[in-house]
Design a protein around this ligand. Structure first.
Ligand code: FAD
Length: 493
């Protein structure tokens, strides 16, 4: 769409630009493309209160109903009422182990489509591109699906099966790409795009001066903005780079609304210790996969160091063991700490993570040497890395130890990269003094529209807005699409 606009030198700002092409951006693009959810005739929701509410106006699409009223009183594994509502409509009894069909039916209503552009660094699929393809999801596979195309149906069409109800990251990524193609969303997606800045312009002052100053802008806007932006006096300028077969070029688009859907996995957390920037210290699991593939490390190397006790660190331990690479595994918590993720996962569903936890525990209990090529160092802090590939640790009694390592992988979580927003988006968070964090300090949004409390015309969804699972990011899409349709006054006849 961007290229079409460039070719036609279009004069109009876009109604919506979505930044981020993961499950959040894909789901929202589906809803904004004129795919409108209605309650399926004859369907009965197992929640009698919700069922009664749904019966009140069956001819009105869910997008046009009062989401606050519909979602009132719903309970579940998300704190977002709209996320619970959409999930309940798509997967009515899933938390009780049921597999009842969705109570929704989808109508294609092109006259209600809201033109939009989805920008993203990679191919559609978001964070799932950076997760090793053979890794299994934490969630049940059928919770990874997007509206109106069940993941399990796609899996059976591909003659693939779940393991313990879980799917691989590779399958998820393929499904998301299939979804974009199958739902005819491709025209809205511009991949290979990195957004470097989002600016709010004041229509009368900033807008005209900006356009004349930016004569090299790829988007010239000779006209004044459209009606909606006049109403709010707002317009956004989104700048960045797009890489195509012809090379990398800057671009600048103008839009009335921006949706932030960039997730929280782009900036890995650092320990903040000396030597952490040395070339053998990495912060991504993909670096381990690359090093194993290129044979930079192998069975005969000094051990690699894996730092962290989360699932990504556990995935790396499993990967290294699969490749027979010796491992030192260091983490701050005690192996029996109830906050450790392994202590919260049912054993039957996650045998591989329990295997790692068992190794972490047994290696300590029985002393070193129980597991060949695996050393567990609980309650250890990293003091520093040295140029000759040594790592200095401090244990809980304050003693220092030194180990030779071949490479280090610090896998202790990640943070959103909001460098494209003024002040890294801190002003938009629930606590404006602290950096944005999906768990501790998400972007402050209205719970029923997902529009930012501090900046009208800006929306946030997914982990940025505190919805951490694919199953629940979809509620944000419902809320935003409903709000944008109301703004665009695209009400049904
Ligand atoms: C290892 C791991 C395992 C997980 N397992 C599960 C699971 O089992 N179940 C589950 O439900 N969830 C799981 N998640 C979480 C899940 O990945 C997220 O909930 C989901 O991907 C969020 O979707 P999103 O579209 O909001 O963001 P993302 O999927 O993160 O996509 C955002 C995209 O925006 C891009 N982007 C960022 N900045 C810019 C920019 N400036 N310009 C252009 N593009 C940009 C990013 O590169 C990314 O591709 C897991 C996550 C990880 C890391």
């Amino acid at each position: 769409m961007l290229h079409t606009h460039l070719d036609q030198n279009s004069a109009k700002p876009l109604p919506v630009v979505i930044i981020g092409n993961g499950p959040s951006g894909i789901c929202l693009s589906y809803l904004l493309s004129g795919n409108i959810p209605y309650v399926r005739r004859g369907s009965v929701h197992p929640n009698p209160i919700l069922q009664r509410k749904l019966e009140e106006t069956p001819e009105v699409s869910i997008l046009d109903q009062d989401l606050e009223y519909l979602s009132e009183g719903l309970e579940g594994r998300s704190s977002s009422p709209v996320a619970l509502l959409f999930d309940a409509l798509l997967r009515p009894d899933t938390d009780f182990g049921g597999t009842a069909d969705s109570v929704l039916t989808w109508w294609r209503q092109p006259n209600r489509a809201v033109p939009h552009l989805v920008l993203g660094k990679n191919l559609p699929g978001g964070a799932w591109h950076s997760i090793e393809g053979s890794m299994f999801t934490l969630s049940r596979g059928d919770w990874m699906g997007l509206p109106d195309l069940q993941f399990k149906d796609w899996m059976s069409r591909k003659k693939k099966g779940f393991r313990n109800n879980r799917a691989t990251a590779g399958d998820i990524v393929q499904y998301y790409q299939y979804y974009v193609a199958n739902k005819s969303l491709k025209k809205n997606f511009l991949c290979g795009t990195v957004v470097t800045s989002v600016k709010s312009l004041h229509v009368d002052a900033d807008y005209s001066s900006q356009v004349s100053r930016d004569s090299s802008s790829r988007w010239d806007l000779p006209e004044k903005p459209q009606d909606n932006s006049k109403e709010t006096g707002k317009l956004f300028q989104v700048d960045g780079f797009v890489t195509t077969i012809n090379g990398t070029q800057p671009f600048s688009v103008y839009t009335e609304n921006v949706v932030l859907a960039t997730g929280t996995y782009d900036s890995p957390s650092w320990l903040g210790v000396q030597g952490e920037d040395l070339p053998f210290v990495h912060h991504k699991l993909s670096a381990l996969e690359d090093a194993a593939r290129t044979k930079e490390i192998g069975t005969m190397s000094d051990p690699i160091l894996i730092v962290g006790a989360g699932l990504t660190a556990a995935d790396s331990v499993l990967f290294a063991r699969h490749c027979n690479i010796p491992v030192i595994h260091a983490f701050r918590r005690s192996v029996n700490d109830p906050a450790l993720i392994f202590n919260q996962l049912p054993k039957t569903m996650y045998p591989e993570y329990h295997k790692v936890h068992q190794m972490m525990k047994e290696e300590v209990a029985s002393g070193p040497g129980l597991y060949e090529s695996y050393v567990s160092l609980p309650e250890h802090h990293i003091v520093s890395f040295t140029e000759d590939r040594k790592c200095i640790f401090r244990d809980k009694s304050g003693r220092q130890k030194v180990y030779n390592i071949s490479m280090a992988f610090v896998l202790i979580g990640s943070n959103p990269n909001l460098s494209y927003l003024p002040n890294n988006g801190v002003d938009l968070a629930a606590d404006c003094e602290q950096p944005v964090s999906s768990k501790r300090n998400p972007i402050d949004v209205d719970p029923f529209t997902y529009e930012l409390v501090h900046e009208k015309g800006l929306y946030a969804m997914g982990p940025l807005a505190g919805d951490n699972f694919v199953r629940f990011v979809q509620g944000g899409a419902l809320a935003i699409a409903s709000s944008l349709l109301k703004k665009a006054n695209k009400n049904p006849p």
